[in-house]
Design a protein around this ligand. Structure first.
Ligand SMILES: C[S@@+](CC[C@H](N)C(=O)[O-])C[C@H]1O[C@@H](n2cnc3c(N)ncnc32)[C@H](O)[C@@H]1O
Length: 495
């Protein structure tokens, strides 16, 4: 390629970057060159400048070029953990709270439709024929050819990597030449439309989504485009809604626009609904360092104290416990760990009725409720734990997390301080403290918090840190990844 060719290609690069966010730097420049060359040959155009003028003035030709340049790689049930979380947890919660109207799901950058069709099939599996009425599923993509193929619904072998054969039998019919066509009932469940995520206006079908899947799309965008599109999608999202990006893209979008939340050990973004925590006066934790409090009755404490154990006031010796209570608790813990939260809560309530002073039962209940995003109830359970044991570490930690969700940073910081005071190796408290101070621009303090978290996580046996505290869903490796990412950002920005 001559210098003149490179300069001419640069003009296409600028056009594509500004119009649809796609970047053709380094090895992707070859793809761009080949695409431009192909279109010029089929149109009989010899001068790149002539073709560039055509592309910039003619929408149809712009789309034809884009079709040659997009990466449409996709397949059914990609990143299955995300889909499981969606179908089993997030969507049922939204359905439960929905008073009227459909739950709206948008696959932004849906390519040839495997992603939204996967959702439609899984919703059929869970909700049967009702799902057509309960949900509106939309797939959009800039690539008109991909959208046409999605609408037709024919798929070859590559789309079925890892698809359960029973689902293929149930939702596809053979179409010859090794292809399958998705059944009409599923085709009807999904509306497809061409849309440019960087375009000036989104089509009305994308309006008011409760869930946006924006997976494996942003990897082709430079950082400024990633920020712009993420902000626009966030704005579009309904309050309380979720935005899922691909696992490898997650950290790049932690920009303070949406809240990064963890559910079932997966990270996703949420537009948090505003919640109000009632006036805490009168129910403040009596066991804080400088406050006077009555001694707790008996505690069956939640977590053994480590780190600063010597400065933690002594607890009274617990009296004999109600027989069978520990077995019940172990069963509830097992139910919670095997993702049966309702059964676990029911059992814990039975247990609490028998012995309301069993601190671990309140703490576990709080943890399960927190994982279910039932913040108000989680807070009540934690307060009951603290009423019985003012030194219950998990209760302080969880109240901090609840306060953070309610955007009450001061209360959250106070609770995390308490947790660290009770156990200096309480890494989630260090981590969340760092997150709050980072969001406030205090990079120095944030760095120290992230470094403390990593220091703690780098010691101890594998798996030890996962199980050290309720809530149940802390995945230490993912927290460590966030810490490293944030530390590199802080380093770039300078403290
Ligand atoms: C790799 S596919 C991802 C498909 C699917 N989301 C998945 O995870 O399997 C990326 C898709 O993003 C689309 N895309 C790229 N830039 C876009 C833009 N500006 N607006 C809409 N879609 C875009 C591409 O056309 C391509 O089909």
């Amino acid at each position: 390629m001559t210098d003149a060719d490179t300069i001419k290609l640069d003009r296409f690069k600028e056009l594509l970057l500004s119009r649809c966010g796609l970047s053709f730097e380094k090895e992707r420049a070859v793809t761009l060159g080949a695409g431009v060359h192909r279109r010029m040959t089929s149109l009989g155009i010899e001068e790149p400048d002539v073709y560039r003028a055509l592309v910039s003035g003619n929408e149809a030709e712009f789309h034809r070029l884009v079709e040659l340049l997009t990466v449409n790689e996709t397949y059914f049930f990609r990143e299955p953990d995300h889909l499981k979380l969606l179908i089993e947890r997030l969507i049922p919660e939204i359905v439960k709270d929905r008073k009227q109207g459909q739950v709206r799901i948008v696959s932004a950058g849906c390519s040839t439709g495997e992603e939204p069709y996967s959702i439609a099939m899984l919703l059929r599996e869970r909700y049967g024929a009702e799902s057509g009425k309960l949900f509106a599923i939309v797939g959009v993509d800039i690539d008109a050819n991909a959208i046409a193929r999605a609408q037709e619904g024919f798929f070859g072998k590559a789309s079925f990597r890892g698809t359960d054969t029973t689902l293929i039998e149930r939702y596809f019919e053979p179409a010859g030449m090794g292809e399958y066509r998705i059944r009409e009932e599923i085709r009807r469940d999904v509306v497809f439309e061409i849309a440019n995520l960087l375009g000036t206006a989104y089509p009305p079908v994308m309006g008011s989504p409760d869930i946006i899947l924006y997976r494996n799309v942003s990897i082709y965008f430079p950082v400024q485009v990633q920020h712009r599109i993420f902000s626009r999608l966030a704005e579009l999202l309904n309050e309380g809604g979720y935005l899922l990006v691909g696992a490898t893209e997650t950290m790049h979008h932690d920009l303070g626009i949406l809240s990064l939340v963890e559910q079932d050990a997966l990270f996703l973004y949420r537009k948090l609904p505003k919640i109000h925590i009632g006036d805490r006066r009168g129910q403040r934790r009596a066991g804080h360092a400088n406050e006077q409090q009555p001694a707790p009755k008996h505690s069956h404490g939640a977590t053994s104290r480590r780190g600063h154990a010597s400065v933690v006031p002594e607890r009274p010796v617990p009296p004999a416990v109600v027989p069978g209570i520990h077995a019940l608790f172990d069963d509830a813990l097992e139910l919670a760990r095997t993702n049966r939260p309702d059964a676990a809560i029911e059992l814990l309530e039975t247990l609490i009725e028998r012995d309301g002073s069993f601190v671990k039962a309140h703490a576990l209940k709080g943890s399960i409720l927190l994982n279910l995003s039932r913040y108000g109830e989680a807070r009540d359970a934690c307060n009951r734990a603290l009423a019985n044991d003012p030194l219950c570490l998990e209760a302080s930690l969880m109240l901090g997390i609840v306060a953070r969700h309610a955007e009450d940073g001061e209360e959250a910081l106070k609770r995390f301080r308490e947790a660290i005071y009770l156990d200096s190796s309480c890494w989630p408290a260090h981590f969340y403290t760092a997150e709050i101070v980072y969001s406030r621009g205090d990079r120095k303090r944030a760095r120290s918090g992230y470094e403390s978290t990593l220091r703690i996580l780098d010691t101890g046996a594998p798996g030890e840190h996962e199980r050290a505290y309720f809530p149940l869903a802390f995945k230490s490796d993912q927290f460590a990844a966030i810490c490293r990412h944030k530390l590199s950002l802080i380093k770039e920005q300078g403290t």
